[in-house]
Design a protein around this ligand. Structure first.
Ligand SMILES: [Zn+2]
Length: 121
């Protein structure tokens, strides 16, 4: 269990970015049923300041991504593609790439380059 206070500012920034990217992707691509996203290690609303709504598949992906981020043994965390650990495997790896690409383009089109994620670029 990770306590809120133990999450560094950098981790929070990364968490916020991950949440945003998956959120945009789900909203723009999935029309199915969505529910509020919750994460067992900390209260996501503390960080994002609002409710995040995701479909079941995207919830799984985001849970995986957040867990991996918190478990990252490197400090500072390197860019994922330069890392020797490669947390994301198979299905998740393909999916998160798709999410980053889609949401990255979406942000560029909407002028939110400040939010661009460098991990998978
Ligand atoms: Zn979705």
């Amino acid at each position: 269990m990770v306590k809120q206070g133990e999450i560094s500012k950098k981790e929070k920034d990364d968490i916020r970015t991950l949440v945003k990217f998956v959120g945009i992707y789900c909203r723009e691509n999935h029309n199915g049923e969505r529910g509020p996203f919750t994460f067992k290690f900390f209260d996501i609303r503390e960080i994002e300041k609002k409710e995040i709504s995701l479909c079941a598949g995207c919830s799984r992906l985001l849970t995986y991504g957040l867990t991996m981020r918190l478990k990252c043994p490197h400090d500072p965390k390197p860019m994922c593609k330069k890392c020797d650990r490669q947390c994301y495997h198979g299905e998740y790896k393909a999916k998160i790439r798709e999410v980053m690409k889609f949401s990255g383009m979406h942000m560029i089109k909407h002028g939110r380059i400040d939010l661009l994620y460098h991990y998978f670029a």
